[in-house]
Design a binder for this molecule. Structure first.
Ligand code: LER
Ligand code: MN
Length: 269
């Protein structure tokens, strides 16, 4: 595969498990660079509380670009989401996503809309939930046409809202915002899609970002996903973005990061 590779670094400690690197920015960014990654996807719970000086200095020192910003920890750690019965929670989630915009502009990074959209419908009807989701995206992406946002279909065990590529595309058709596309993640696709290659092909032109993990969420090569077929499909649709490793730090973070590169580079045509 010939795409640029990145890996997720959480700027702060987090409970989400598929994170190879957390905190310790200067050392972790140096390690990511030394391993041969072309970029770093940063996961930020709250842009207002991070040490920007430390983050910018560490990024400058390595020169690594930031293709995307992960936002899901605001849901995972604080329960903020677009689809919630309580208007205050919805408004806080919208404000939180807006707070990422200056960083996204500075880095030309995509803002990821994963679990920040919400996981469970609870008392809400599906229709009401989809209306809240649509309105939250109009209040965020709709107001910042210069920034790209990517909705990530996430498997049914983690969310009830947009679990597969087909429902993601349907939602994009409803939204009709040029700056909103999809983030496809091979771990979720392996659970939800009949064929990873066919679903990538169906999303041609609307794939903004791409996550790789194997079927068990270990590094590519540790499970049974056919990454050769995945990258052939990405080539066919002319995907130009980064391929970003969002993987369990097993058997340890550095080995997982190193084995990701080793496995994916073998697939170069
Ligand atoms: C985030 O990118 C993701 O893939 C989800 O599993 C978050 O829970
Ligand atoms: Mn993902």
């Amino acid at each position: 595969m010939s795409h640029r590779l990145s890996i997720v670094l959480s700027v702060q400690a987090a409970t989400f498990s598929a994170l190879t690197y957390q905190g310790n920015l200067a050392a972790n960014l140096a390690r990511i660079k030394a391993l041969g990654y072309d970029g770093v996807e940063v996961a930020i719970r709250d842009p207002e509380t991070i040490d920007r000086h430390e983050l910018f200095a560490a990024l400058d020192a390595t020169g690594l670009p930031v293709p995307a910003i992960g936002t899901g920890q605001a849901y995972g750690e604080e329960g903020l989401c677009f689809v919630h019965e309580d208007k205050t929670v919805r408004e806080k989630a919208i404000a939180r996503i807006r707070a990422h915009v200056p960083l996204a502009q500075q880095w030309n990074a995509i803002i990821i809309i994963g679990l920040i959209r919400g996981a469970r419908l609870n008392a809400l009807s599906r229709q009401a939930a989809e209306e809240y989701l649509e309105s939250a995206l109009r209040e965020t992406a709709g107001r910042h046409p210069d920034v790209r946002f990517a909705i990530e279909p996430i498997n049914r065990y983690e969310t009830e809202l947009i679990c597969n590529v087909e429902s993601g595309l349907r939602f994009l058709d409803r939204l009709r915002l040029e700056n909103v596309g999809l983030l496809l993640d091979t771990f979720h696709m392996n659970i939800e899609e009949p064929s990873l290659a066919a679903s990538i092909t169906a999303a041609a032109g609307r794939v903004f970002h791409f996550h790789v993990a194997d079927s068990n969420r270990w590094h590519p090569g540790a499970g049974h996903i056919d990454f050769r077929a995945v990258f052939a499909a990405l080539e066919r649709i002319g995907y130009q973005g980064f391929v970003s490793a969002e993987i369990l730090p097993l058997p340890d973070g550095d080995s997982a990061a190193r084995d990701t590169i080793a496995h994916l580079r073998k697939l170069r045509p």
